[in-house]
Design a binder for this molecule. Sequence first.
Ligand code: GLY
Ligand code: MN
Ligand code: MN
Length: 442
Amino acid sequence: MPSPDLPALYAEHLAILKQRADTALERGRHDMLVIPSGTRHYQVFDDIDYPYAVNPHFKHWLPLTQAPGSWLVYAPGQRPRLIFLQPHDYWHTVPQDPQGYWVEHFDIEIIRNAEDARQFLPSTSVRAAIIGEPQSALGHVVPNNPDVVLDYLHYHRAYKTAYEIEMMREATRIGVRAHRAALRAFRAGASEFGIYLVYCQAAAQDSSQLPYSSIIALNEHAAILHYTDRDPWPPKPARSFLIDAGASHHGYACDITRTWSAEQDEFQALIDEVDAAQRKMCDEVRAGRDYRDIHLGAHLKLASILKEAGFIHMSPESAVESGVSSTFFPHGIGHGIGLQVHDVAGFAESDSGGSIAKPEGHPYLRLTRTLAPGMVVTIEPGIYFIDMLLEKLRTDSLRQSINWRQVQQFKPYGGIRIEDDVVCTEDAPINLTREAEAETAA
Ligand code: GLY
Ligand code: MN
Ligand code: MN
């Protein structure tokens, strides 16, 4: 793949953000957009801080993720200004001098104390939309987060610029490389904790950079959807491995899940079925498609697999209708992804508010919008053997439609999830995850 022209893509990205900001400000009758990067948060009654998490609005404009106490100020028609905190501090790493393809687009003011930002921030007479968390307040500059502005910016953030897709492509390359290393560690008999260390090393990222807490689950632990405990001892035997782990690049996330069996056995055959169905679902990421329909279609496809594999004795349609498919697939088919692993505005009806309902009986779906070019979504079907949900089904009249002996046989494997990140285009979708896998296999 030819190297992208990042300076040009970034310039185009910034032009789009300025246009969006202009409209959002006009709608809210504001003259200026002010975005604090955020501050360090301290644990209660302690001087130990939580990992710093940059304001996503800030990193949308700038590929800076470790710059607490900085500010972005933008007024329509003017060059954006970065107020950049580089404190005289020998306790912490001081952010590097601004450098790279983005610098030429900003007027940059270096400050040495967080308080010094005040002189560059708007006075009380300016109608400013100040987007950030309450802790970022500095004197009279207090985040007001106007709904009209946020509704507009959050809604449009779903449509990624070409620059953002390149950032996600690179995050995905890192994630795929680390997944490969993690699989080797599993095959070599490592514990969940050991696999996690291998993953972090291969990604060259730890929990302060990874976009979410990695899920590394062996055996029954794969049935816990957000399992993040990481047992330091390898189980004997290790039958199955579910890894849901991402990576970041310049503030953008990838979110990848793979599941493996230790042997070429019936569980691996079931994984292969889910994998084949997942690829078909990814192909449904098309402009004009209602994401809720992909979710409901996924239930039908997974119910067909459950029937074919002998777990249920009922039609796929009645498994979906009766809720039996939700016992085995109890989460949504995916979500938008970008600056945040679960991107904002998944239910937004328009750029001026409103909400699109989830299908009845599907409370965990995180995205209900109609797909359009530029949207990036995950597709992450699964089949799990979750005690709590199976127990509930056992007390239901539908229990006769379940092959409990087979369910019992598969419970020790925990579950399966396969997850890719897919770009909706005018034409065929781009599967960033499979693309990166193919690239690195070559
Ligand atoms: N890693 C969390 C998720 O897949 O949504
Ligand atoms: Mn996901
Ligand atoms: Mn995931």
